[in-house]
Design a binder for this molecule. Sequence first.
Ligand code: NAD
Ligand code: LMR
Length: 331
Amino acid sequence: MSTTPVKVAVTGAAGQIGYSLLFRIASGSLFGPDTPVELRLLEITPALKSLEGVVMELDDCAFPTLAGVEIGDDPEKVFDGVNHALLVGARPRGPGMERGDLLEANGGIFAPQGAALNKVAADDVHVTITGNPANTNALIAMNNAPDIPNEQFSALTRLDHNRAISQLSSKLDVPVTDITKMTIWGNHSATQYPDLFHAEVGGKNAAEAVGDQDWLENTFIPTVAKRGAAIIEARGASSAASAASATVDHARDWALGTPEGNWVSMSVCSDGSYGVPEGLISSFPVTVKDGRWEIVQGLQIDDFSRGRIDATVAELAEERDAVTKLGLISG
Ligand code: NAD
Ligand code: LMR
């Protein structure tokens, strides 16, 4: 086992996602069995007691890869020297709400956290925002951290990506491992565009394998895009274990790389690729090598896909304008 632990910050650590995520990270799911991790857990003051209980449980697991745990309510202390920051802490939506309805309530969390990361995180920090509305919260954090390169911020659309793979696998009755090159474009919201035209099943085009545009348009896309709401409706609370699992998948692939011949969906700062305005945090197909992502280039976008991408990107631009008006980013 290597001796220097990777320092991983998790915010909202006493919450629902935290209760699954911390144990996955501590047990080695993120960096493997040979890399020790030190957890830095941030909560608001009233939740620290409950977090102490979670830490007692972490201790009781006696995980060989867990090198230490620190908790606190001061982002500048908790984020000191962190290599990965998983920003989960934010209010979840309830029934009948859209994630964008959380902008005002949650946006304010991410400006001070971005500023704290800017001040004290390790130079190589990788920041992943899970708390909703994830893309725009990432935009806020990034804009409040001028010394951290924009490429070191991302938002989670991996849960949508995994949901899309799962739906397609059920439709075609194939193992999830047969499905590659899935893409979620745009926002982690009901406007997102899960794209089957570039996905593959056993190396063949997924849209052709489905051969049913009506299913693709009227079942697949809305099922994936509205899955979060369906879970809230059924469970009475938003997805937690699957969100934690997707956060681990996202951070692991960002740290360790994507497999040859495949890509994943990550929301990252647009460089203008595929007509997405520069600076928006939008979901793209990406490959990762040596801790750096690259947007997959050269995909042919037909009129159907163009319309869907434009619609979800327009929503991201509206959210950016709304948080600019709230003073959370400079215009
Ligand atoms: P939760 O309410 O169970 O936990 C949130 C925790 O965050 C609470 O313990 C709260 O005290 C803490 N918190 C609030 N403000 C904080 C701050 N300023 N600093 C640190 N901690 C703070 O919610 P949850 O189910 O764990 O969900 C967390 C967020 O993740 C929600 O916004 C939810 O909508 C979002 N989410 C995103 C995805 C995704 O795919 N991107 C998936 C599921 C949930
Ligand atoms: C999800 O996709 O499950 C989360 O973003 C929670 C939500 O509000 O839908």
